[in-house]
Ligand binder design. Structure first.
Ligand code: GAR
Length: 216
């Protein structure tokens, strides 16, 4: 059984993850209603995607606030006004504080373009290339007080090929992001996620066992 989960999405940029969620909702493949899209940057291309889909948008510019906490209070107010249950960070480039986390305890998800705990922080695909890993990927996790750190919901892996540029690897990862974020949200909508310490226990059917991904 699943209920439609009311989500608020925080963006700063292109919004391709936002678009992927919109597309899956329109196709009837994701039990989610996006109540509001909030950007901290007035020129974020993702705002245009939201407007084209008829989703209410807000710009809350972090530069207008004296502290991170004040900024987060404005976010919480906007998310509550939109009657949001689940907050989704989708390329949101601000660190969030306990103000937002306390208001939405274990109801804030983030997507990060790396297999955490490797390569937290900025430019994760570049970090992966510089380190020389052969397998990279993506992580969706609940957000806690530390950056790119909270309990992991779902991960996806991609090979790294010898000639990869940062842009090529980023796009390969991004394609998987678009798939796994929707799956994480659907698991939430179906009430299948339970957090036990650092671990997210997913109730119900397990995914099919994939062949091993081996890369050199
Ligand atoms: C995505 O790759 C997302 O994982 C990353 O920003 C990109 C946003 O793309 N987020 C982070 O690096 C957070 N640490 P999008 O605006 O096209 O969805």
């Amino acid at each position: 059984m699943s209920a439609v989960v009311a989500a608020g999405i925080l963006i700063s940029g292109a919004g391709t993850n936002l678009q992927a969620l919109i597309d899956r909702i329109v196709a009837g493949r994701l039990d989610c209603a996006i109540r509001v899209v909030i950007s901290n940057r007035p020129d974020a291309a993702g705002l245009t995607r939201a407007r084209a889909a008829g989703i209410p948008t807000r710009v809350i510019d972090h530069r207008h606030f004296a502290t991170r906490e004040d900024f987060d209070r404005a976010l919480v107010e906007a998310l509550r006004a939109a009657e949001v249950e689940l907050v989704l960070l989708a390329g949101f480039d601000r660190l969030i504080t306990a103000v937002l986390l306390d208001a939405f305890r274990l109801r804030v998800m983030n997507i990060h373009p790396a297999l955490l705990p490797s390569f937290a922080g900025l430019h994760a695909p570049r970090q992966a290339l510089d380190y020389g890993v052969k397998i990279a990927g993506v992580t969706v996790h609940f957000v806690d007080e530390q950056t790119d750190h909270g309990p992991i919901i779902i991960q996806g892996a991609v090979p790294v090929y010898a000639g990869d540029s940062e842009a090529v690897l980023r796009d390969r990862i991004l394609a998987v992001e678009h798939e796994v974020y929707a799956r994480a949200i659907q698991l939430f909508a179906e009430g299948r996620l339970a957090v036990e310490g650092r671990r997210v226990v997913v109730r119900g059917p397990e995914p099919p066992v994939p062949p091993p991904l081996i890369q050199w």
